[in-house]
Design a protein around this ligand. Structure first.
Ligand code: FE2
Ligand code: FE2
Ligand code: FE2
Length: 165
């Protein structure tokens, strides 16, 4: 990896984080009764998303869909097999309850993501069926076609799930 590629990766990570951070700050500003500050946070969040997308393009990190699916499966597998188990153990050892819960939610859901990506790989060319996905707003649980009665990971009501078309 060249120095520039390393910087592009670093900048992509930073801009992506800023996008999510400003989005959360915007929600907080609404709650605090500062709608104009919320607008500014949302505008900056949008701009950081543009920066992140530009960096990613310069990295040439977006390949053809089959390859992107393969890479996504590998990433999700790494997360639920190696990354999160170590983080969960550390949070448990340090009594960091919120972190443990957050890591556990992600860990459980990444396994479903790997499965969904894998199924997509298999049916990519054959699949003509169109259906929505549903995402739990509490834990991120992701399911195809219909929301469950109750989230199998966190127990949230299925009616809370966000529909992705
Ligand atoms: Fe930026
Ligand atoms: Fe995931
Ligand atoms: Fe959930």
């Amino acid at each position: 990896m060249t120095k520039t590629e390393g910087f592009l990766k670093e900048a992509f990570a930073g801009e992506s984080q800023a996008n999510r951070m400003y989005t959360a700050f915007a929600a907080q500003a609404e709650k605090d009764g500062f709608p104009q500050a919320a607008r500014l946070f949302r505008a900056a969040a949008e701009a950081e998303a543009v920066h992140a997308a530009n960096h990613l393009r310069a990295l040439k990190a977006v390949k053809a869909t089959k390859e992107n699916l393969r890479e996504s499966i590998a990433g999700e597998k790494h997360e639920f097999k190696e990354m999160y188990p170590e983080m969960i153990a550390a949070a448990k050892a340090e009594g960091a309850k919120d972190a443990e819960r957050s890591f556990n939610f992600a860990n459980a859901v990444e396994e479903y993501h790997a499965k969904l990506y894998h199924e997509m790989m298999e049916s990519l060319e054959a699949g003509k069926e169109a259906f929505p996905y549903f995402v739990c707003p509490i834990c991120g649980m992701t399911v195809a076609k219909a929301a469950p009665e109750k989230c199998p990971v966190c127990g949230a009501k299925g009616s809370m799930f966000r529909k992705i078309e």
